[in-house]
Design a protein around this ligand. Structure first.
Ligand code: ADP
Ligand code: MG
Length: 476
């Protein structure tokens, strides 16, 4: 009987092999074992539910035709699954060509599979549950992830997910944003928090790239089952930089099934990407539509205050003090990437240590040269004039004309003052840039502005804001 069913299955395989790509054949058909043949019903054993679903979704037609060819019109196919987890319900769409067996009926063939190993999907061949490495970096926590307008939604969604993994509507939680804005940090913070609160939960952080490599290895070693079983056992899957899957069809196929499997059984999925789901190219629509099932939350570039809070928290953790001036200077100049803030900090720490000196403005200015193309050194008078004119909504040429109207005089004074403050040009050169005024006129403008700054807080705030604008606009 066994021999007979083996012969029949081999005949089937011959036909199948001609109809499916070699890779699919190897992955999805070679691991199948024929179990028995009774009254034209061939029973095959598949390693897990995923396999069954996969075959049903992708190859049901081929299987049906094959069975009919080999066993005749009455031919039927049954699946049995060699683990004692849920057995799939018979699929209504398959006209009875495929059925499944209840666990008690499952005819196990000793030695065909190592039943012990895959009986409990939590017991992964070769990997003990308590030995599973989550791959999480312990430094990436919520405590160290500074909140700001730029990340509030994503951070709060992350906290909710961490409290109730799989139990919120945020499944998957899809975090996206530009490089260096904290996607990896936030995704790992969620993982760390879950591990801490629910030590029994199996959490895995993996980059999409690493995941892809694992699949390639698994296929090479003919070990896709173990791979799939491992991922199916996770309570929380964190996959970083999902855009990497773009164009990788095989990986996407497997990921799609894992995604469904995990999602159906209420496991939490957290994904990060450098762009929104709709902008992902080279990724199958059915995956993208699943990415949208939960919540997509984007990270923006942090505003000045958040940048300062991040930097000062990081300095504090490193046990270093820096004055407000230094913090401000750095954060004015480093705008859209938190990673660069850290780079600056590392440079500053190294220099301060090597030169045995405090972190002061001078040191900060030097350090920043490596990170931005034109710090305040590169500020031109023309740029100041343009910004001031824009700020006060006056034509830029009026700054160098004679007019005495107050609405023109004030902007002119301020532009001159800023040129004196923010560039190295002489009074004479500044005078020239402002319609050929002499140096005493320039000095007068500077003093006037200084007096007003000293006496009028609103005015001072205005000038300071402009100063920031100038510095910030020129930091690229
Ligand atoms: P991404 O994965 O988006 O490229 P990362 O998560 O690697 O960015 O973040 C870059 C660096 O910036 C990390 O070291 C991270 O700790 C830090 N970072 C980003 N956002 C914040 C934040 N809000 N608070 C503290 N550190 C942050
Ligand atoms: Mg990252």
């Amino acid at each position: 009987m066994t021999n007979n069913c083996q012969v029949v299955w081999e005949n089937c395989l011959h036909i199948i092999k001609r109809s499916v790509p070699p890779q699919s054949y190897q992955t999805w058909f070679e691991p199948i074992q024929p179990v028995k043949l009774e009254n034209s019903v061939l029973t095959i054993a598949v390693p897990n539910k995923l396999f069954y679903e996969w075959l049903e979704e992708n190859f049901v037609q081929i299987l049906r035709n094959t069975i009919f060819q080999v066993l005749g019109k009455d031919g039927r196919l049954r699946y049995c699954i060699l683990n004692n987890g849920a057995v799939p319900k018979p699929n209504a769409s398959n006209n009875g060509a495929a059925e499944s067996l209840a666990p008690s009926e499952s005819p196990m063939v000793p030695g065909t599979f190592d039943i012990e190993k895959i009986k409990d999907p939590r017991i992964i061949p070769g990997i003990r549950r308590d030995k599973v490495v989550s791959n999480l970096n312990a430094n990436y926590t919520f405590e160290t992830f500074i909140e700001g307008d730029c990340n509030r939604l994503a951070r709060n969604a992350g906290l909710a997910v961490a409290k109730k993994p799989g139990g919120t509507a945020f499944n998957p939680l899809f975090i996206f944003g530009d490089v260096g804005l904290g996607k990896t940090h936030l995704a790992q913070a969620i993982g760390n928090q879950i591990v801490q609160q629910f030590p029994d939960k199996l959490v895995l952080y993996v980059s999409a790239e690493e995941f892809t490599n694992q699949i390639i290895q698994a296929i090479k070693k003919n070990d896709v089952n173990a791979f799939v079983n491992f991922y199916q056992a996770l309570d929380v899957l964190i996959m970083d930089d999902i855009q990497f899957l773009s164009g990788k069809q095989k990986t996407q196929e497997i990921f799609f099934f894992l995604f469904n499997q995990l999602h159906q059984s209420g496991r939490q999925i957290i994904l990060t990407s450098d762009r929104a789901p709709r902008d992902l190219e080279g990724i199958e629509d059915r995956l993208i539509s699943r990415f949208r099932w939960g919540l997509s939350a984007d990270l923006h570039a942090p505003d000045l205050e958040t940048r300062m809070a991040i930097l000062s928290a990081k300095l504090e953790r490193a046990g270093v003090k820096a004055s407000q001036d230094v913090l401000e200077y750095i954060c004015y100049n480093i705008k859209d990437n938190v990673r660069d803030l850290e780079g600056i900090m590392a440079t500053l720490l190294a220099q301060a240590t090597l030169m045995r000196r405090e972190i002061d403005l001078e040191l900060a200015k030097k350090a920043i040269l490596n990170f931005v193309k034109s710090p305040s050194r590169g500020i031109t008078m023309e740029a100041i004039q343009n910004l001031v004119a824009e700020h006060f909504n006056v034509p830029v040429k009026t700054l160098s004309q004679e007019g005495r109207k107050r609405n023109l005089v004030v902007p002119r004074h301020i532009a001159i003052y800023l040129c004196k403050q923010l560039t190295d040009h002489s009074l004479k050169a500044i005078g020239k840039a402002f319609g050929g005024r002499d140096h005493s006129t320039i000095l007068y403008s500077c003093r006037t502005v200084q007096d007003m700054i000293d006496t009028d807080p609103t005015f001072r705030a205005n000038v300071e804001e402009l100063e920031k604008k100038v510095k910030m606009s020129l930091s690229h």
